[in-house]
Design a protein around this ligand. Structure first.
Ligand code: AR6
Length: 182
């Protein structure tokens, strides 16, 4: 675990399984359909049970598919986390020059939603760096930079933001990115 205190909020990196995190909300790297998929999305729905999908279906029926960079919240079903925040990262090769801005929005809007719901601790996966093909070193820089900036702009709003990487190689990329922060 590597951590950095920003005001009263801890920004930390952890190599591990997002579905096991004991936090107020974990963030799902979902797709626009909100109906589940592979990767971390599949793992969250498997671990959390059918309630999460039911709530996703209800959101979809109300507001349609979720655009890239936006976020919605459901309960956490059987997860330790009480909530799941679902966001849609950019497909790297489809997004062209828009990818960094869209990825930053995923982090910002997920954190906005957590704060609006009075949540104090949030854990993220490495959004877009699996099936969506975003190079992890670049995505890690976007993630740590924009999470830090959000924390600085919302002092005291959250106690802890945890960025969780599944692999040792991804964890090393995030550690490098965190080390590069001013
Ligand atoms: N805990 C933490 N990280 C995980 C876990 C886990 N249990 N499982 C996978 N990862 P991806 P994307 C990592 O593909 O690129 C889905 O089908 C994984 O190693 O899950 O945003 C959705 O439905 C990688 O580093 O998300 C979408 O269609 C990271 O999570 C699409 O994939 C993200 O990989 C989204 O693609």
């Amino acid at each position: 675990m590597t951590a950095k205190l920003i005001g009263s909020t801890t920004l930390e990196l952890l190599r591990g399984d997002l579905t096991q995190q004991d936090v107020d909300a974990i963030v799902n790297a979902a797709n626009s359909s909100l109906l589940g998929g592979g990767g971390v999305d599949g793992a969250i729905h498997r671990a959390g049970g059918p309630q999460i999908l039911e709530e996703c279906r209800a959101i979809r029926a109300r507001q349609g598919c979720l655009d890239v960079g936006r976020a919605v919240i459901t309960s956490g079903g059987r997860l330790k986390a009480r909530h799941v925040i679902h966001t849609v990262g950019p497909v790297y090769h489809r997004a062209a020059g828009q990818a960094p801005r869209q990825l930053a929005q995923c982090y910002q809007r997920s954190l906005d939603l957590a704060a609006e719901h009075g949540l104090r601790t949030v854990a993220f996966p490495s959004i877009s760096t699996g099936a969506y093909g975003y190079p992890v070193a670049d995505a890690a820089r976007v993630a740590v930079h924009h999470v830090k900036a959000w924390i600085e702009q919302h002092p005291g709003a959250l106690d802890r933001v945890r960025l969780v990487q599944f692999s040792a190689a991804d964890h090393a990329s995030y550690r490098t990115a965190l080390g590069e922060l001013k």
